[in-house]
Design a protein. Structure first.
Ligand code: G3H
Ligand code: 13P
Ligand code: ZN
Length: 332
């Protein structure tokens, strides 16, 4: 058993309180490889933003859970060597069962998500409560989910959003003791969030549901998954240099800014990072067919990714400049 505090990580409790008080959201960025992790850490150090590093089941299968854990430890050291004390959380994204949550906690994760959103309500409550009981023994924070997002999460595909029921959200939080709750208000995973007919615009998020939830559980941290904007500029570059992403569309940034001002304390972004990297790699390889050194395309991809995260922290989530609010929590 390795406790996250020995790795220089913190759980999400205090940063969520800060985000709630000051009306911003903590970025939760997924990583699967070194370049993504470097981009996240450099961007969050340079913008002085708290950050949640997320590891999905797909990432564990791709890179190996042990390697990812050591990479996260290395990332904390790298940030400290850069002279920064930004708070860093290592979070399991979409934990499917108790065992994966337990093994992540034993490896040094400081936060886990147990995703029982596809289960009947009582089963979701039971599973989430079991994870909370175990996690809290080690002061690891737990995110649950209620409601179903349309789109693809790991191997699970849902055609339609099942919006979170505000009354159920209260019952869920009370019965499980969970620390934060992911809700369904119209976001969805992946790069194809809405099927729009010509002339149609993206439907707004259901802020009415969010407000009802906020009223019933004031001050309780809410999480938004599936919050990539599917930045059109990157989609266009991908398509220009041989890609075929037709009809890719995401959540407009003004909607996310509005959410970040509310009880939404954590915003999950993965697809935008994938698009940024792919756009740059395609551009480099298209323009210079002689390139065969991965550093020549992964390096520029990493730089674009970093710039994207910096902009999100500053202009969308509002987390930039808030790292210092938590320096006192970081051990030297
Ligand atoms: O919620 C899904 C995340 O974007 C992770 O996706 O399982 O393909 O790594 P992944
Ligand atoms: P996106 O696919 O919108 O980036 O969502 C990522 C996510 O929710 C990770 O849990
Ligand atoms: Zn998600």
């Amino acid at each position: 058993m390795i406790h996250y505090s020995d790795l220089g990580l913190i759980n999400s409790r205090e940063i969520f309180k800060g985000a709630m008080k000051d009306g911003y959201a903590i970025p939760a960025y997924n990583f699967n490889n070194m370049e993504q992790l470097q981009a996240i850490i450099r961007a969050c150090v340079e913008t002085d933003s708290p950050v949640i590093l997320q590891v999905s089941k797909g990432a564990r299968n791709y890179a190996d859970p042990t390697l990812l854990r050591y990479m996260a430890e290395g990332a904390v050291r790298m940030a400290r060597e850069m002279g920064s004390k930004i708070p860093i959380v290592l979070h399991l994204d979409h934990g499917a069962d108790f065992e994966i949550c337990k093994s992540s906690i034993e490896m040094g994760f400081s936060s886990v998500m147990i995703d029982g959103s596809h289960l009947p309500f009582e089963e979701n409550v039971e599973l989430t409560r079991k994870v909370v009981e175990y996690a809290h023994k080690f002061d690891v924070t737990v995110e649950g989910e209620l409601g179903v997002l349309a789109g693809v999460e790991d191997d699970v595909k849902a055609e339609k959003t099942l919006y979170t029921e505000p009354d159920q959200a209260v019952e869920f939080v009370e019965k499980t003791g969970v620390d934060s709750l992911a809700i369904a208000i119209g976001t969805s995973h992946g790069a194809y969030k809405f099927k729009l007919k010509p002339g149609q615009s993206v439907p707004p998020l259901r802020f009415d549901i969010l407000e009802e939830i906020e009223k019933r559980i004031p001050g309780f941290p809410i999480v938004l998954h599936g919050a990539s904007s599917v930045i059109p500029e990157y989609v266009d570059i991908i398509n220009k240099y041989g890609g075929a992403l037709d009809g890719a569309v995401g959540i407009p940034e003004d909607q996310l800014r509005k959410a970040a001002n509310s009880a939404v304390c954590k915003i999950n972004i993965d697809s935008d990072g994938r698009l940024a990297m792919t756009a740059k790699i395609r551009e480099v390889l298209w323009n210079d067919p002689k390139v065969f050194d991965p550093r020549k395309y992964l390096g520029p991809a990493r730089d674009l990714l970093k710039a994207m995260y910096m902009r999100k922290n500053r202009e969308v989530l509002g987390s930039a400049g808030h790292g210092k609010d938590f320096y006192h929590l970081i051990k030297d």
